[in-house]
Design a protein around this ligand. Sequence first.
Ligand SMILES: [Zn+2]
Length: 332
Amino acid sequence: MYALAMLSGGCLLSHLQMKSKHVFPMRHISVPGMTVYDAIRHGIFESVKEERLEGEPLETLKWLAYEKWDQNEKSLPPFQCPHCAAEDATLPYNSETGECPGCHEELLLTDMLGFHLEMAQEAAPDSIASAYMMIHETLLLFTGVRHFWENKREMLSDCLFLKDGPLAIRAQYSKLVAPIRRFLQAAREEGIDVHIVGQEKSGAFYDHLSLIGPSAPAGHIFVPGHNYIREHIQHRPAAGAPYGKDTNYGAKVFVKINDRHQAVLNIPTGEYKSDPTATDLIGTPRIFSTLPMLLSSRYEGALFPIELANNIASLSTYPSAKVLAMFAEAHT
Ligand SMILES: [Zn+2]
């Protein structure tokens, strides 16, 4: 889910929320002519291609995977074939489907993300569903960015994209992180700051904020680097891979806006920085001059556009109230 606000003059123009509903046959279900493994692979591909959104998420996946903002036609990085497990499966530029060069079975563009790496033939773990949601959210967020990039590029820098949750993609699905970073960096070099903010409302960083926030002065931000995160937030040795290099496309930022509002935000830096500074964050001055105008008066540390989007997506209100009523009728 994400919300879109207008930066120019700091006024809130509109908000959007997109939430999709899909059903996957995880286990104890048979699909005629298909294993659960293949049924889920095809289900994921079809849902990303969904007609209700006119195939926009799939277009965005192609845009990111083939780095289509770049004039050079980039080929897809090789991935593991879901049929023969060869490591050199790939698809021709801009393709949605194709065949494995080794076993000639059908490949889907969504196979590059590696959902099949955590499934058995006749059952799938629940983590598939959360991974799918994480990917779909990312694709919807960048569908908004891509729309402005392709159709109204001059307006893109005046938009603020707000995501409920971190700007991160975990495990094998993180293949999209490097292209996202390259896009944000390329846009920045072109003089177009793409303003994206993710807000974390739970987890280790949020817990740490409640520790350091009360004694922080109002109107300040703190951008922790690799060593600080490893030692004080994750409580792990600082040695090892740079924090978040493969999985995060935003740096962590603690912000104390005033005595009532403090938050953990994620803000992209474009190319990876292990110890980012405030000036590395894309669009710092405009984001922080706009934030005070987006604060919710209902909840501490909440941003109003995200609150609005959550209200609309709430299961008990539109559009699900009708579904719940039908469910209640069917069971009485
Ligand atoms: Zn194969």
